[in-house]
Ligand binder design. Structure first.
Ligand code: PRP
Ligand code: URA
Length: 208
């Protein structure tokens, strides 16, 4: 069963509280998405493989470490876009592969509209970035796409998850760990996470 790691870090909790606030403006909202994404990714990347690398300091030579894996950041459009900058600050050499999905408003099922992955995989580990894990349909569909591409080491980095979405991921992709700032109470009748933060895409892009 997938591990669910809900951060208990005070900085994450503080930033999440401001993020949820309905009075928070889009500029601040985007900045917080970026910062929380970086903090969660710090936890999510603790088990990346490294290899020895010699380095010459001004005083002499020593053995350091370098990342061994090629990392792909996979933001789910649109709302995942705002998480990229914070994660990229930590791993500037990561590749970014966008997946476009939106939820059909009546069925809440994900509809794919953008995928430019090349035939052969170019990375060995993918971090899926999407602030909201609601029904879980978008996350499951994205893992399906990445598995078909040939990548099997995948982590989901979100911000808020609903129990329903976590359960679906655990059923369909138990191998994918889920990193979140919070597990909220439930999905409402419109498929929104309660208490959540509203529409993560609209609040970032000022389109609500
Ligand atoms: C939101 C969110 C996720 C999805 C989560 O995207 O960013 O991608 O819903 O819902 P699910 O777990 O039920 O699939 P949305 O469809 O609103 O598109 P947008 O980001 O383009 O606004
Ligand atoms: N997408 C959002 O942006 N918010 C939710 O609460 C659920 C899906």
């Amino acid at each position: 069963m997938s591990k669910v790691i809900a951060s208990t870090h005070p900085l994450v909790a503080h930033k999440l509280t401001i993020l949820r606030d309905k009075r928070t403006d889009p500029t601040t909202f985007r900045q917080l998405i970026r910062e929380i994404a970086a903090l969660l990714t710090y936890e999510a990347t603790a088990d990346l493989f490294v290899q020895p690398k010699n380095v010459d300091t001004p005083l002499g030579s020593t053995e350091g470490l370098e990342l061994k894996e090629n990392i792909g950041l996979v933001p789910i459009l649109r709302a995942g876009l705002g998480m990229v900058a914070g994660v990229w600050d930590l791993m500037p050499s990561a590749e970014v592969w966008h997946i476009g999905l939106y939820r059909d408003e009546s069925t809440l099922k994900p509809v794919e509209y953008y995928n430019k992955l090349p035939i052969e995989p170019t990375v060995s580990v993918c971090l899926i970035l999407d602030p909201m894990l609601a029904t879980g349909g978008s996350a499951v569909a994205t893992v399906d796409v990445l598995n078909r591409w040939g990548v099997n080491k995948i982590k989901f980095v979100g911000i808020i998850g609903a129990p329903e979405g976590i359960a679906l991921m655990q059923e369909r992709h138990p191998e994918v760990p889920i990193y979140l700032a919070s597990v909220d109470e439930y999905l409402n009748e419109k498929g929104y996470i309660y208490p959540g933060l509203g529409d993560a895409g609209d609040r970032q892009f000022g389109t609500g």
